[in-house]
Ligand binder design. Sequence first.
Ligand code: NAD
Length: 497
Amino acid sequence: MTLRLPQLIAGAFAQSDSEHWMAVTDPATQQVLCEAPAATPDEIERAVTSARAAFERWREVPVSERARLMMRYQALLKAHQEEIAVGLSRETGKTFEDAKGDVWRGIEVVEQAANVPALMMGETLGNVARGIDTHSWTQPLGVCAGITPFNFPAMIPLWMFPLAIACGNAFVLKPSEQDPMTPNRLAELFLEAGAPPDLLQVIHGGREQVDALLTHPQIAAVSFVGSVAVGQHVYRTATDHLKRAQCFAGAKNHMVVMPDADPKQVVNALVGAACGAAGQRCMAISVAVFVGSARECIEPLTAAFADLRPGAWDDPDAAYGPQISPQAKARILDLIARGKAEGATCRLDGSDCQVAGLPDGNWVGPTLFTEVTPKMSIYREEIFGPVLCCLCVDTLDEAIALVNESPYGNGTSIFTASGAAARRYQQQVEVGQVGVNVPIPVPLPFFSFTGWKGSFYGDQHAYGKQAVRFYTETKTVTSRWFEEEAVAGPNLSIQLQ
Ligand code: NAD
């Protein structure tokens, strides 16, 4: 019998009454690991109503107690890091080392959530007028919802619910239907850490379930991470229903290589940043821009790409795993074919990739294109596979102009030995996360994850201080205490001091 994944609703993990179930498969073998339900309207209603009731109690719990829950949760996640990573590897295909990283980057956000008392502190100023003082508090919003993608099934849910809950909210999570087992495990451990059982609700499903959350009057705020088209839909629908929304979307990240950059560092950085996790990272480098003589890196880079071999999650020699689904693989192969048809030179073609003993896996070999132009589909579209597009320009200014013309703005990096070039790049580039000799500049959780342009819709970003602002309202209190009995009478005009 295929395992049927339960949902966490109203304080208990239980089987759905749904008639629609979606198979969750091992992407290296197509073996069905479990089935996830498409939550029924009744189940979604129960989840939201129960979360609202939990919020009414949780908002009264002292902030230090909320922080302590996060400390216990962080310790439990650490103790279970390897076990979570094994399950995560099986349903995503990620190599074990990479899966441990996925869990670790989430744990770091939980650590940050344990700092919530300091993060939530407001402002205060005495004597703003004679005998009058003002202070501000940050207070939770109510029930927040999170909709997460397949590519980081531990890290991205952990970007959301720990901070939202530490701030005093309740949370409804709708994880990706492609790898929902890891988020369920995160929720089990949250209960084990002593969380009130109805504070976090986990429902499963796809578009219909997401739309039900986006239009539900009791949901105050929506955090979304996923593709551009869905991100735009979520942002429009949530804001149209007068909700706060933060939507992190797709990307096309450029790495600019200056002629003075160390070629070995450049090759290592590009191999890891383009092919790690089979290119299925929103911060992956998918475009390399070589300035002037830096184009000499292309030969050794192609050789290094050719040495990479995908494989099963538990194969210690595998550089990366399979694509998440046969559909994702087919899309990538179609884009590779379009790249060739549109005139790019495919120096290395991973379309026909086999892995011994795993004939049914969604394998795509490392692929490298040169002579790419900005009009080509492989340049314009997010490929989300181990495919690198190489372009050559003559100057740093041309490189900056190219990056700035991209509709995306998630991440970028520059490799150079020149402080002046690095400074000009970080000052002028219109991208929200910039690395200087760091290929994937994902900020640690005391900063925020600050994608720009078509890679983000909203204003307050994920984790760090911005997430605390996103998950709270500011209340500003102005107070006066009378010392004397005597009252001068009503005052009908604005007081000047
Ligand atoms: P996706 O957009 O297909 O799915 C994301 C979530 O939206 C899932 O929970 C899914 O069930 C739901 N969904 C799918 N179609 C929907 C629809 N029509 N209406 C409402 N909800 C819908 O994304 P994915 O393939 O799971 O993830 C990969 C994408 O996520 C890539 O584009 C990647 O760049 C992006 N991503 C962005 C960031 C970032 O921080 N900017 C981080 C990780 C991933």
